[in-house]
Design a protein around this ligand. Structure first.
Ligand code: HEM
Length: 556
């Protein structure tokens, strides 16, 4: 009996050892394949570019240390408009400023998707919303949401943008009175509070009340802040985790706080959805309809969530146009993040540029004061040419999102408008890529391309927007001339929302105040995590900030 048992034990142990050996061998093979064969097999190895500076990190550490887009800009000068550098573990990354190539990649979103490691990080922070999804699921979600961002709908939201912009203006006015006529304050945090309130109301009919004199945070505000703060602390360990998901099994303080905060967001998100459902049913009942009678035209309020809930509840919509509770839930943190820090950052950079360009600030104020209302309609605010130029120039020069990345889901050939010379000296009229090759989308470098904007491309000159040349069509963005919102089926769904919102904020603030930098400009650098924000070099530990001196505008 003992012998039999022993034989059985030996055979189980043998099977286990064999199994582990096979797994270990497979792991070693994958590592060799990834580190040695993939880069060697990729056609990108023949594209000119910088040498890697680290076996593991490639050129990534250098990129992280520099200002956003700074190194890529230098490489373009050195190697030309199409180049390749090295990412983590030897994987080559393609980068090009060629308009035809950029347009091809951005418009072929089935062949060119977000890489797995980026999607995993997004899912962890935000759930599986429209920023995360790919393929048919993305197309369906996007089709359902597009109408909520139409111009007609934005017109209705403009009053929310004004209401919150004026609330911020009033808070600063009160502080000015209390503090003797001038304040020095960090506008990054104030604008973050204003845009959080705006997306809360416009997106979900939810009052965050982030802009309040007492500085109190409600529960959702706190949870959301935790997630965004953690998402913005990119460490090399986090990057390594994105590539090697097994590392995520090591619990860290950060992973625990993200898990707690996402649990709170999930619970409160479900409460918001249930409240909306009740409101829609009450509205249907008021119109003499039962639950079965809820139809696609029944929108109770102007916020985005109401529209998503109709796609969730309407009985006259085909299944292909419906969203489940979980689909709707995932959009809440997605829109909070995508629609809040981005616009706050863009408006911060606008105040920075106006503080450095006093003459531009004066000229802008003059135009804004010509309107004799505090609450212009969306069409009135969009018809102010200098305001439009200032906002677009800000988004060009200080793009809130500096870059993004795509991966080829199949072998592909990217067309070019101008050829490049490969490492072997051959002129190439297209770029050949293999499945798995990455493409870096250089938003900030494209926006600052001297071939499009001229030798003064790095200067803040709103006037350039008043006299555009055809050259701007060389940047294939949804907003011609800038790639800040990218292009194609994955372009920013909220770009018109962001433009009008920033205009309303600047409209209220520049009419009421004069702005000056409170520190020397050489002290301010750009740091990029998800978005690019200002940091004071001597106060890095404080995180993003832009201290401005604010005084009331007292007229000429
Ligand atoms: C200045 C402000 C903004 C900038 C610079 C910006 C930029 C971008 C960029 C570059 C992307 C593409 C990301 C990628 O695919 O890698 C994007 C996507 C997106 N943005 Fe924005 N955004 C801004 C404001 C907003 C606002 C206000 C909203 C919503 C209210 C919003 C919602 C979204 C969503 C949902 C996506 C994902 C779209 C998709 O994948 O189909 N964004 N944005």
């Amino acid at each position: 009996m003992d012998t039999l048992a022993r034989l059985g034990f030996d055979s189980v142990r043998g099977t286990l050892i064999n199994g582990f050996s096979v797994l270990a061998l497979y792991g070693v093979w994958r590592a060799i394949y990834r580190v040695c064969l993939v880069p060697w097999l990729s056609p990108l190895r023949n594209i000119p570019g910088p040498e890697k500076t680290s076996f593991f990190w490639g050129n990534m550490q250098q990129i992280f240390k520099a200002d956003p887009g700074e190194l890529h800009g230098q490489w373009v000068k050195q190697y030309g408009h199409t180049l390749a550098y090295t990412g983590i573990l030897g994987r080559r990354r393609l980068m090009t400023l060629d308009p035809k190539a950029l347009s091809y990649v951005l418009n072929h979103s089935t062949q060119w998707q977000k890489p797995e490691e980026v999607r995993n990080s997004l899912a962890e922070l935000l759930g599986k919303g429209v920023l995360f999804e790919e393929g048919e699921v993305h197309k369906r979600q996007r089709r359902i949401m597009n109408p909520s961002f139409a111009i007609s709908h934005l017109r209705e939201l403009t009053s929310i943008f004004h209401e919150k912009s004026q609330q911020l203006r009033n808070i600063w006015q009160k502080k000015l009175t209390e503090e003797g006529g001038a304040i020095t304050t960090d506008v990054v945090s104030w604008l973050g509070q204003a845009t959080l309130d705006i997306i809360g109301l416009a997106g979900f009919d939810y009052e965050f009340n982030a802009l309040n004199a007492e500085g109190q945070n409600n529960e959702l505000n706190l949870a959301f802040k935790t997630v965004t703060r953690q998402g913005q602390r990119f460490s090399m360990f986090q990057i390594a985790q994105a590539f090697f998901p097994l590392l995520k099994l090591i619990p860290t303080k950060q992973s625990r706080s993200i898990a707690n905060a996402t649990a709170v967001m999930d619970r409160l998100g479900r409460q918001l959805i249930n409240k909306k459902k009740q409101a829609i049913l009450a509205e249907a009942a008021a119109r003499g309809k039962s639950e079965a009678g809820v139809g696609k035209n029944l929108v109770t309020t102007r916020d985005l969530l109401s529209r998503l809930m109709v796609a969730n509840m309407a009985n006259d919509l085909p299944e292909s146009q419906k969203l489940s509770d979980d689909d709707v839930l995932a959009q809440i943190p997605t829109f909070l993040l995508a629609g809040h820090e981005t616009t706050a950052t863009a408006t911060t950079w606008c105040l920075y540029a106006l503080s450095r360009g006093q003459e531009i600030q004066r000229k802008l104020r003059e135009e804004l004061l010509r309107l004799d209302t505090d609450n212009p309609s969306m069409d009135e605010i969009n018809s102010l040419p200098y305001l439009d130029a200032v906002i677009k120039e800000t988004m060009r020069l200080h793009s809130a999102v500096p870059s993004t990345v795509r991966v080829a889901t199949q072998d592909d050939v990217i067309p070019l408008s101008k050829p490049f010379t490969d490492k072997k000296g051959h002129l190439r009229h297209e770029i050949v890529v293999k499945k798995g090759d990455r493409m870096f989308i250089p938003i900030i470098c494209a926006n600052q391309n001297v071939d499009v904007w001229g030798e003064d491309a790095l200067e803040f000159k709103p006037e350039r927007w008043l006299n555009l040349t055809d050259k701007v069509n060389d940047i294939p963005g949804v907003v011609p001339g800038i790639l800040s919102f990218i292009a194609g089926p994955r372009s920013c769904i909220g770009y018109r929302f962001a433009l009008v919102e920033s205009k309303c904020l600047i409209f209220a603030l520049v009419r009421a105040f004069e702005f000056e930098l409170a520190v020397d400009p050489s002290q301010i650098i750009k740091k990029s995590t998800i978005v690019t924000r200002p940091i004071i070099v001597t106060e890095m530990e404080k995180g993003p900030q832009l201290p401005l001196k604010i005084t009331p505008y007292r007229g000429a």
